[in-house]
Write a protein that binds this ligand. Sequence first.
Ligand code: CA
Length: 400
Amino acid sequence: MAGARGEKVTMQEHMAINVSPGPIRPIRQISDYFPHFYPFAPALLRPRPAPLPALPNGPAPETALSSPVEEAQTPTAKAGVSQLPQCLEEQDGDSDETTALGSLEFTLLLDQQNCVLHCTIHRAKGLKPLDSGSIDTFVKANLLPGTSKASQLRTRTVRGSRGPRWDETLTYHGFTCQDAGRKTLRLCVCEESRLRRRAEPLGELRVPLKKLVPNLTRSFNICLEKRRLTKRPSSLDTARGMSLYEEEVVEAAGEERGRILLSLCYSSQRGGLLVGVLRCAHLAPMDANGYSDPFVRIFLRPNTGKKSKYKTTVRKKTLNPEFNEEFFYAGQREELAQKTLLVSVWDYDLGTADDFIGGLQLSINATGEKLRHWSECLARSDRRLELWHPLDGAPPQLGD
Ligand code: CA
């Protein structure tokens, strides 16, 4: 790119620019940037709004690790971009690798009542493109541990900026406080390239979500780090042909199949049970493309001659499908309460048998939340209750 970002500035010019203003400590600046060959780092060339002497610390060994990125952010934080500017920059002593890749501003809100995690990506600063030229970027979010695509969300692409602003909210449905206790959010800034087929990661960061307080918006401004890849455990090789190092990684035991949001209501007006299949989240990938084509089957057992089996439509190539379909079982409330509702999620495959992803059973013999859901909705009429349930791996016995 030409113009404002500077052409091929030579290293000598870079040194001259940084040395000349006087109070700037030239050795620190050069030692920060020399190994990276980013002589045109925009934060360095831009006129500094806050002069360096404002920094409280002298050039102690730790500050040698800090970067222009951090300094450039100071005025923003003071300007009150967020009420709680929690900068979790964890400088692991990984030298300037940790700060030279730019930074990302975002806010997180865990809506406890609706089981939703909102992740609003505001903007990045000081990104370093892989090649010289225009830089088109987007942010990809994942929840770890978990298979990468099960929780993958992304922003739109913002073109031609090293300080892109997205202001876009990514929403995780079916996200509980229990999830927050054991999940980490990974945000990765990726560069979209017309030359390369895949988007390339420019840097990533990870936030342990146990730090979140439910229903309280928290703002972050975190430096990006180099991408970390982890080996895929063989136990998760459900998708045929998926590469070993695809991306991520281990799933918490018993949660690798995903979960489903169901609603139940006994309608006194219609004289039967309404079963709503609303959505699924973080489903296991069954296809080689890393996704599934999910649909849901429900079956009320034992079958008494009335229609007992239903299925939703197929949602193509997604691990977080939204169905919002409702099904009806006629019958007396007391009689229905003695039955078992089998719910199973499948991956549709053209030409071959569908793959089972996961399932669950609701009945008076169930336990925990499954029992509560069933018994509360069938103990009274016209009480609608929506609950998330984890899917387990036992294939349903469809014969009755
Ligand atoms: Ca499929």
